[in-house]
Design a protein around this ligand. Structure first.
Ligand SMILES: CC(C)(COP(=O)(O)OP(=O)(O)OC[C@H]1O[C@@H](n2cnc3c(N)ncnc32)[C@H](O)[C@@H]1OP(=O)(O)O)[C@@H](O)C(=O)NCCC(=O)NCCS
Length: 259
């Protein structure tokens, strides 16, 4: 029943994420499929794609499950569970040590039943359009991300940079990209709040979403200072080995579907 998602599925997949009210665009789906051609799964029923799940691998240390969606008319038939079992088996086959995801309230019981444990909350904040700061100077951003996540997300970051507004400096980096509902700010990895403040201001001139880890008090304080308000709560969950990086540097995640 489970099959790989392909380029021609992007239209329906984007309809699924839009139906759930999510912010991802067709370009977000396209990037997931391009980066993980063997790890994005779907179930077809009645001749149409009705359920999806994606697995983004960051080396063997970490992989991220995202885009777990079932068409409303086909829910509670075990489709998401089947796809999750498939994605977990694939991660095991690849030798992934730590498998994570950001769970909605709807998804959390399903993940718990599959052995995921709560790690920490993750929150979406939102702000209306505002004038921003100046562009910053380029610098090597990969080391900062590696330190913050303790996994190699360089392939993802390079792909995101091609389609993002990019702010970098020796103190960190911040990206933003178009979303279906609002500009998406993230990832932002910063050694200090000053860089995060300047780069997020520069990235959030339109109406924006910003997903952060509220256990990083500096990120929480900055979101409030910059006039964002909390909009959604999810729960970050992990299966396999616990893996925590320097989360004090993580001001914005890359996306609920990406980590
Ligand atoms: C969360 C979501 C993906 C679940 O999809 P689904 O295909 O309905 O999930 P499943 O059918 O595999 O399992 C969901 C529930 O149906 C139950 N179920 C499975 N097969 C069933 C059957 N034949 N009859 C009745 N119930 C069944 C499961 O036990 C599970 O119950 P529980 O939630 O009480 O534990 C779906 O509700 C959705 O798309 N929600 C919006 C997007 C979202 O929040 N996604 C999660 C992101 S983290």
């Amino acid at each position: 029943m489970v099959r790989l998602l392909q380029e021609q599925d992007i239209v329906i997949a984007t309809e699924l994420s839009a139906e759930a009210g999510w912010n991802q665009t067709a370009d977000d789906w396209r990037m997931l499929l391009r980066l993980n051609p063997e790890n994005c799964f779907g179930i077809e029923f009645d001749g149409r794609l009705v359920s999806t799940a994606t697995l983004s691998c960051y080396g063997r240390k970490l992989a991220w499950i995202g885009m777990v969606l079932t068409n409303r008319a086909y829910q509670r038939r075990g489709f998401a569970r089947t796809l999750l079992l498939h994605a977990i088996a694939r991660a095991d086959q690849l030798g992934v040590e730590s498998l994570k995801l950001d769970a909605t309230d709807q998804g959390q019981p399903l993940y718990e039943s599959l052995g995921f444990r709560v790690e920490q909350p993750v929150q979406r904040w939102w702000r209306t359009p505002q004038a921003g700061g100046a562009a910053l100077q380029p610098a090597n951003f990969l080391d900062h991300d590696m330190e913050a996540y303790k996994a190699d997300r360089s392939e993802l970051l390079r792909a995101l940079m091609q389609r993002s507004n990019v702010q970098t400096s020796p103190d960190g980096f911040c990206l933003s990209r178009p979303g279906r509902r609002a500009n998406y700010v993230g990832p932002c990895v910063a050694r200090n709040a000053d860089f995060a403040r300047h780069s997020i201001q520069a990235c959030a001139q339109e109406e924006s979403y910003w997903d952060l880890l509220p256990q990083n008090p500096a990120a929480l304080a900055l979101a409030t200072e910059l006039g964002f308000t909390e909009k959604r709560k999810l729960i970050r969950m992990v299966r396999g080995r616990d893996l925590r990086g320097r989360e004090g540097w993580i001001y914005a995640i890359a996306g609920f579907e990406l980590g």
